[in-house]
Design a protein around this ligand. Structure first.
Ligand code: SF4
Length: 104
C-alpha cells in the first residue's frame, strides 16, 4: 500500500517573503530575456526552470544556447568559451560529431 502522498510545494524562491518578491521580480526580467523555446539545451527542462535556477544562484544565463549564440555573434563570447559552458552542462565533448553551429 502506498504511503501518504504529499503535494509538491509551489514555486518557492525564498523563505523570506521580501527576498522572494525581489527574486520574483528578477525572475520576470530574466524570462523576458530568454527566448521561451523550452528546448532544454541549457540543462534545465524549460526556460522558467533556468530562470528559477539563475535567481537561486544555481545556474547562469550563459547556459542558454540562444543567448550564447547572440553573444558569440556579437563578439562578447568566444566560441571556445561557449563550448566550455556546454561541456560544463552536458559533460565534456558530448556534442562531438553532433556539432551545434553557434556561428551561423
Ligand atoms: S536553452 Fe534557452 S531556450 Fe532552451 S530551455 Fe534553456 S533557457 Fe530556454
Amino acid at each position: 500500500m502506498l504511503g501518504k502522498i504529499n503535494p509538491k510545494p509551489a514555486l518557492t524562491l525564498d523563505e523570506d517573503m521580501g527576498r522572494a518578491m525581489v527574486k520574483m521580480e528578477k525572475l520576470q526580467k530574466i524570462l523576458a530575456i530568454l527566448p521561451g523555446v523550452d528546448c532544454g539545451l541549457c540543462g534545465s527542462p524549460n526556460c522558467q526552470a533556468l530562470a528559477e535556477d539563475v535567481v537561486n544562484g544555481d545556474a547562469s544565463l550563459r547556459q542558454c544556447i540562444f543567448l550564447q549564440k547572440k553573444r558569440v555573434a556579437g563578439d562578447k563570447t568566444k566560441i571556445t568559451e561557449a563550448g566550455k559552458i556546454l561541456d560544463a552542462v552536458w559533460g565534456k565533448n558530448i556534442f562531438d560529431g553532433r556539432a551545434i553551429d553557434l556561428e551561423e
